[in-house]
Design a protein. Structure first.
Length: 146
């Protein structure tokens, strides 16, 4: 397969996608700063708010992160009193993760921050353009998985 793309590093689509990712991450980090959580931790909180009682592996799979990264984030969230682990009665190495009341309350603040980021990201795009962009990015992701 040949590449018809420009070879100028600064014009490379991969670099542009990386730059957009960094801008989105910085925007989210700024909007989440008052809550003392990172964007990655916010995604865990939102996920648990929607599907409470997931295992560490299920969280890692849903967020496409490695288990060691999830472990560090869960420890931080637990230390902040936002979630707790419920150990399995049949295997003490296995546990489910649930939000505390404090975590559920924080989710109510975090969800609008993430939604606001998405709104800013989509500003100026028509629904058709967003659907096409989504389709193209999914196609790129699938290409990279092959």
């Amino acid at each position: 397969m040949g590449c018809d793309c420009k070879m100028d590093l600064l014009d490379n689509i991969a670099v542009l996608i990386h730059d957009v990712k960094l801008e989105v991450a910085m925007y989210m980090a700024k909007s989440l700063a008052p809550y003392d959580i990172t964007p990655e931790q916010a995604f865990i909180i939102i996920l648990l708010n929607e599907r409470d009682g997931l295992s560490q592996g299920e969280i890692a799979s849903a967020l496409r992160k490695d288990k060691s990264s999830i472990t560090r984030m869960l420890v931080s969230l637990e230390n902040k009193g936002l979630m707790h682990k419920i150990t399995s009665s049949y295997d003490r190495r296995y546990y489910k993760v649930s939000l505390t009341d404090k975590g559920k309350s924080l989710a109510a603040n975090v969800i609008p921050c993430i939604s606001g980021t998405i709104d800013v990201l989509q500003t100026g795009f028509s629904l058709e353009e967003m659907n096409e962009l989504h389709r193209l990015l999914m196609k790129m992701r699938d290409n990279m998985k092959k």
